[in-house]
Structure formats: C-alpha cells, structure tokens
Design a protein around this ligand. Structure first.
Ligand SMILES: Nc1ncnc2c1ncn2[C@@H]1O[C@H](COP(=O)(O)OP(=O)(O)OP(=O)(O)O)[C@@H](O)[C@H]1O
Length: 367
C-alpha cells in the first residue's frame, strides 16, 4: 500500500488558516448536528482552489461543517466542459458533497473577457450559495494573487481601497489562503496526490496580470531582493485598515453634513465640505453620488466636483456618472458678497434640480 507522505507544515498552516477563516461561521451549530452549516468551495480545478478543496474536505471530516463545491464552466475555451467535469470528479473523490458544475454564458458587452467571466462566475456562485443555503463560499486566492492585484492597482494610479487588494472576507465570500504562497498550494496538491489543471491563459502575455506574474514581479524580486510579494501583500493589509477607517470617518461626516433638497436632491454645505480634510471631502461627495444611484465616480470626476468649491457664484453641473450631477448653488446675498461659505453643493439625479442660473442643457464643466 502506498504510504502517505508525512504531513507538510504547509498543510498544517493551511488547515489553521481555514479554521481561522471559518471561525464564527461553522461554530454556530453544535458538532454532529444534522443542520451542520454548508461551506462551498469555488473550484476551478487549478492548484489554489484544489488545495483549498482538499483542506476543506479535512475540515468536513472533523464534523464541524459540510463542504461542497461549485465548478463554473465559462465556456470560453475549447474543452472547458471537460476541465470542469474533471475538477468536479476530483473534488467528489475528496468526499465533497454536493458538487455542482454550473455552465454560464459570459456577456462581454462593455467589459474585457476577464471581467466578463468574473461577473458571470460570481453570479453563478451567488445563486448556488442561495440554492444550497451555504454559510460561506471559499475562494482560493493566494498571497501571490494579492501581490499581483496591488501591482496592477499601482500601475493604474489607484486609491487606498483598490490598493488594499482583496478582502479576506466580504459577505459570504472568504479567502482563507491570502497568506499562503502559490508554491504552497502546489505542494498541498502534491501531498494529497491531486493533479491540478493549469489554465493556459495564466501564461498568456496578452493579459497584464500574466505579465505582472511572469515578468514584473520576478524582475522586482531580482532587483530589490526577495520578499516583494510579501511586501506588496503587507501594504494591502495596512491600506485595508486605513481604507476602513477613512470610510467610517467619511460616513460619519456625510451623515453630519447631508440635508435633503427639492426632488430628492442632496445638499452639502460648502463651509462644512471645506472644513474636511481632502481625503474625506471626495469620499463624502462619492457617498452622495452613490446614494443617488451613481456607480463609484472616478477620481477625476470627484476632483472636478470638488473644484466647484473654488468658483465664484453658481457653477456646474459636473457629471458624476449614472445621471448624477453636482452643481454649486449660492444664495443671492452670498453672490453679491462673493462669500462662498453661504453656498451648497447640490447633487441630483437625472439632471433635475439644477439650481438658479444653471441651465439643464449646459455641458458639464469638466468630464
Ligand atoms: N471556473 C471557476 N469555477 C469556480 N471557481 C473559480 C473558477 N475560476 C476561479 N474560481 C475561484 O476564484 C479563485 C481565483 O481565481 P483565479 O482565476 O484568479 O485564479 P486561478 O489561478 O484560476 O486559481 P486556481 O489555482 O484555484 O485555479 C479560484 O481560486 C477559485 O476559488
């Protein structure tokens, strides 16, 4: 009989990471209860999610939870159905139950292929979690994925939230392996005798992420010394905490400043906005835009909105996206005195509520 290799320290670390991630989720039900919570592994058949499935199968054997899996077939490459079927068979072999293959149709309108596949995948995972009443969905992202994400964010000139990378937990979704290296997930697969599938698109230089993985990070490691991936992941953790704080402070500031105008418009007093640090001012403007139904406005649009505070008299509108615009409204007396502190920034949806002196058809001050 083939002897099982000795337990790798990495396997122990991975089990501990998963146990920590599941804390507060699986310990709600008593051990052995018929209503054990179900955890679903989102499994592509690649090394990261296959290692996660194996480690999660071990968690199921401890009797604390049930573990199933969802394999999504994006149908984008020839043979994708076979890859999905093989992944499903492998995780069934690990004892996971239920195991589902979901075939999705990827709508690429207005999106790159990666983003379109991601959107379709998350919608399938959301649905599977709802159908099975899952307590959590596990994703196999590793420290290397996090480092690549931060690097790509730096290259785009992103802000704090984006540079904070992927969260360890958001809603139902958990990423217990964010502190593991990709090389570790390969070792875990080898330990369990699993043969992961290697996605050829991960090697495709047409994708910026592949170039970061294959060329940029190895180059930086060569030039700056080892540990660059860990350093980038550490930056993500630090910025994640900073972003949480900034978001909390801006929510509080928004609640303190916001009043309602006519037709559902949101009024923000200029003197209150000016008194805020710049980092909060733009976030407060973004919160108002989000409340009115815009997507997260770009930093250029937010800067343009903020610059209305430097104008004399009524000004704008500046478009913030999603039919939400902002204009500066100054009361008559204030215009005469040139006293900006008497004005409001008025955010409204559908171009309604463009205050005195601002014609609806006027072009945005800045895009
Ligand atoms: N087709 C899929 N079906 C189910 N889950 C998926 C699928 N593709 C990705 N995922 C989930 O999203 C995570 C990140 O996916 P991504 O494509 O960034 O990495 P990957 O290199 O494919 O990961 P892996 O090594 O697990 O295949 C995966 O670890 C997995 O949990």
């Amino acid at each position: 009989m083939a002897r099982r290799p000795r337990l790798l320290p990495t396997v122990g670390t991975a089990r501990n990471l998963l146990a920590a991630g599941l804390e507060g989720i699986v310990d709600r039900a008593p051990t052995g209860s018929p209503a054990l919570p179900l955890v679903l592994v989102a499994c592509s058949g690649g090394p990261d999610s296959l290692a996660l499935a194996a480690v999660a199968a071990h968690a199921a054997h401890t009797g604390r939870c049930r573990v199933g899996a969802v394999v999504v077939d994006h149908g984008l490459q020839p043979g994708s159905a076979d890859v999905a079927a093989r992944a499903a068979e492998t995780v069934r072999g690990l004892g996971l139950d239920p195991v589902e293959v979901r075939t999705v149709s990827v709508d690429r309108t207005g999106m790159g292929p990666e983003a379109a596949a991601r959107t379709a995948r998350y919608s399938a995972l959301d649905d599977a979690a709802a159908v099975h009443g899952a307590a959590a969905v596990l994703l196999g992202h590793t420290l290397d994925d996090q480092a690549e994400q931060v690097m790509l964010g730096l290259a785009r000139g992103s802000g704090t939230r984006s540079l904070a990378g992927m969260p360890g937990r958001r809603g139902l979704y958990l990423r217990p392996f964010l502190e593991l290296r990709r090389i570790d997930t390969e070792a875990i697969c080898a330990f369990y005798g699993l043969e992961p599938w290697h996605d050829p698109t991960n090697e495709d230089r047409a994708f910026a992420r592949s170039r970061v993985r294959q060329e940029v990070l190895p180059f930086l490691e060569d030039q700056l010394g080892p540990g660059i991936a860990q350093a980038l992941a550490r930056t993500a953790r630090i910025l994640g905490q900073d972003a949480d704080l900034l978001e909390q402070l801006s929510s509080e500031a928004y609640a303190g400043l916001r009043t309602e105008g006519d037709d559902g418009a949101v009024l923000l007093p200029e003197d209150g906005l000016r008194a805020l640090p710049a980092a909060l001012r733009q976030r407060v403007l973004a919160l108002a835009a989000l409340e009115l139904g815009a997507f997260q406005p770009s930093s250029e649009r937010l800067r343009a909105a903020e610059s209305l505070l430097d104008r004399r008299g009524s000004a704008g509108p500046v478009q913030l996206g999603g039919k939400v615009s902002v204009h500066r409204q100054v009361r008559g007396r204030a215009v005469l005195r040139g006293d900006a502190s008497y004005g409001n920034l008025v955010l409204s949806s559908n171009g309604s509520n463009n205050g005195p002196g601002v014609k609806q058809s006027r072009r945005p001050t800045q895009e």
